[in-house]
Design a protein around this ligand. Structure first.
Ligand code: IMP
Ligand code: MG
Length: 204
């Protein structure tokens, strides 16, 4: 028998996961929708058009920060009407908890040189800014023609490093979010909406 796929109801409750208790690592987790898939889709389209206009007639090279930015990047790239190439980089950040260790380490380097290219670093979320600050430093040493930052989300109040992203999807409050590529201990990346993850007693 085919199972009905969950659909968004007017109040959002019928989405299949909102407010639902999930069994995960022995604790109850609650999800509350912050950004719906339709709003994300609209905003990603706008960002793609903006990039297209800003780099009119040029080629752009997108660098996705694995793994969180992969979903955003795959949607964004299809909204850019330019010649586009793609690469990925990975850094170690949060590990199995949602607390930043404050340490950033390269775990997967780019496949190709970026020398002379208009590059756009594509990130899922700008939090303390340590990851982007580190990546900007590493990538600028490789002499790209230009280096921009596109982040889907930004938690401005959490910044410890001064970063001026060129493209920001949404500025969000200081809450831990999952979905659309963002994870909590590698889970929830597949949610279509971006949700606030609430743990019992506010723990993380
Ligand atoms: P930053 O170095 O503190 O700016 O952290 C950036 C990285 O932390 C992001 O690429 C995410 O992987 C992770 N991160 C920060 N905030 C969240 C969140 O609310 N949900 C999921 N991951 C987050
Ligand atoms: Mg990330």
């Amino acid at each position: 028998m085919r199972r009905k796929s969950p659909r968004a109801g007017k109040d959002g409750r019928a989405l299949g996961y909102q407010g639902r208790r999930r069994k995960g690592a022995g604790r109850d987790e609650q999800l509350r929708i912050l950004l719906r898939r339709s709003a994300i889709e609209r905003r990603v389209r706008q960002l793609g058009r903006q990039i297209g206009a800003d780099f009119k007639g040029e080629r752009v090279h997108l660098i996705g920060v694995l793994k969180g930015a992969s979903i955003f990047l795959s949607d964004l790239i299809r909204e850019i009407r330019l010649e586009v190439s793609l690469d990925f980089i990975a850094v170690a950040s949060y590990g199995q908890s949602s607390h930043s260790s404050g340490q950033v380490r390269l775990i997967k380097d780019l496949d190709n040189s970026i020398e002379g290219l208009h590059t756009i670093l594509v990130e899922d979320i700008l939090d303390t800014g340590r990851t982007i600050a580190y990546l900007q430093r590493v990538l600028l040493q490789r002499k790209p023609r230009s280096l921009c930052v596109a982040t889907l989300l930004s938690k401005r109040s959490r910044r410890v490093r001064e970063i001026q992203p060129d493209y920001v999807g949404f500025t969000i409050p200081n809450q831990f979010v999952v979905g659309y590529g963002l994870d909590f201990a590698e889970r929830y990346r597949n949610l279509r909406d971006i949700c606030v993850l609430e743990l019992p007693g506010g723990q993380r």
